[in-house]
Design a protein around this ligand. Structure first.
Ligand code: CTP
Length: 414
């Protein structure tokens, strides 16, 4: 299917190769619009690029036509590919600078962005570039990694622009994903809940919400209609997602109960506080030098109540925060909660789980399978989870041109 692809070319010696990429994409029937940085113009023939694509190559943020060029180009593109992406441009993207047309487009778009870095090996592996790349990946930007071979300096190393075929297949996978979940309604809960003690204090947990937000973004980028119900999290809702904010477990229970019947798939990613204060105080508790004892009562188990409401057309995914991963106990939890899939992480391990950008997940299915999804950035894990749901779940409401694979059947419930 033909797409409008915005090809951003930045100041790397590999810029001339971008024209091969443009040609290949055109051959596949895509409309390619090139936007270049000023430095990129030194490395490729602008006129050839305009002839190949049938469009002017844009460089400047402002023109005399009165149009807001970056907003128009951002909203008219189905996908943005930056190839080659220089170290300088990656750093601008990570910082959110918008001092030229291409960087302003990257900030304005809701479409998927792919970057194909090209630079000398020392630059590619420099901690600053690694850090910027990590930031971009955590925002859902995809990397088409550079290849290893002769570099512009004459040395051999990692940093060559990915081949046009590698770029083409990365684009294809994004386009396919964009379509896969079209028509599917997804409900995601994310973040912690805060249980009030008095007007200024609460009981909470260390959940950042990153896993749930990454899932919501991944579902939206596959074309799903997503509702994200979030507890207090210091994150921006992904573009295009319907957002509901809650504070306590009981508010979450109410929102999820209302929304669940009109959704096909539900990810119960929220780290729900298991207990709330029995009688929260109306006014702030003052110090009085005495021991203060709080009576706590158990919160409702939202996942379990959703599983009781669930129809055979719905698919319910639960999460488990554990300090010891025992496959037998995880399968027990999956069955007890009535979910179709349980994703467990070991929150005792440093560097993964709560607050971290990285996680390590173990997937449990009702037929007794326990499969590791590995340790990855949460954005990458979100994609792996969706792939697993495609493989193990039934996806209702798929667009008519999608043929579910033979194994896309829900396993019998154990
Ligand atoms: N969950 C929920 N309602 C609760 C507690 C948890 O819906 N009151 C959901 C979480 O969103 C998650 C799953 O249940 O999807 C498992 O959460 P977890 O904290 O691992 O399990 P608990 O039920 O709290 O069990 P325990 O802490 O005793 O292991």
């Amino acid at each position: 299917m033909s797409k409008r692809i915005l090809l951003g070319i930045t100041g790397s010696i590999a810029a001339y190769k971008a024209l091969d990429i443009a040609r290949l994409l055109r051959q596949d029937g895509h409309d390619v619009q090139i936007v270049a940085t000023r430095n990129a113009l030194r490395f490729f023939p602008r006129l050839n690029a305009e002839i190949f694509t049938g469009h002017p190559v844009y460089v400047d943020l402002f023109d005399s036509s009165g149009s807001v060029r970056h907003v128009e180009l951002a909203s008219h593109s189905d996908l943005i590919l930056i190839a080659p992406a220089s170290a300088d441009f990656l750093s601008k993207m990570a910082l959110g600078l918008a001092d030229d047309l291409l960087s302003a487009i990257c900030l304005s778009t809701n479409s998927p962005i792919l970057v194909a870095p090209a630079m000398e090996e020392n630059m590619y592996f420099h901690p600053a570039v690694r850090e910027n790349m990590k930031t971009l990946l955590s925002r859902g930007i995809r990397e088409i990694p550079p290849e290893t071979g002769p570099l512009a300096s004459g040395k051999d190393g990692t940093g060559r622009l990915a081949s046009p075929d590698a770029v083409k297949s990365a684009i294809l996978s994004v386009i396919e994903h964009t379509q896969t979940w079209k028509g599917v309604r997804v409900l995601v809960s994310a973040g912690p809940t805060h249980e009030p003690i008095d007007p200024v204090r609460f009981i909470g947990n260390r959940s950042s919400g990153k896993m749930g937000y990454a899932l919501a973004a991944a579902c939206a980028s596959r074309g799903a209609a997503v509702t994200l119900v979030s507890g207090p999290a210091n994150l921006l809702p992904p573009p295009g997602v319907t957002f509901r904010s809650i504070t306590s477990a009981r508010e979450l229970e109410m929102e999820m109960g209302k929304a669940f019947p009109s959704h096909d798939i539900c990810f119960m990613t929220a780290a729900v506080a298991d207990y709330r204060v029995k009688d929260p105080l109306a006014g702030k508790k003052k110090k009085d030098g005495k021991v203060w004892t709080l009576a706590l009562v158990e919160n409702p188990d939202i996942l379990s109540s959703l599983s009781r409401m669930k129809t055979s057309q719905q698919y319910l995914v639960g999460f488990a925060a554990e300090t010891v991963l025992d496959p037998k106990k995880l399968l027990e939890k999956l069955r007890k909660k009535g979910a179709d899939m349980l994703l467990a992480n070991d929150v005792s391990q440093p560097g993964i789980g709560f607050s971290s950008d990285t996680n390590e997940l173990t997937m449990c299915l009702p037929d007794g399978q326990v499969i590791s999804l590995g340790r990855h950035p949460k954005t990458v894990l979100a994609e792996k989870i969706l792939d697993a749901v495609e493989k193990w779940g039934t996806l209702p409401n798929l667009v008519s041109d999608h043929e579910p694979s033979a194994h896309a059947r829900r396993p019998p419930r154990g």
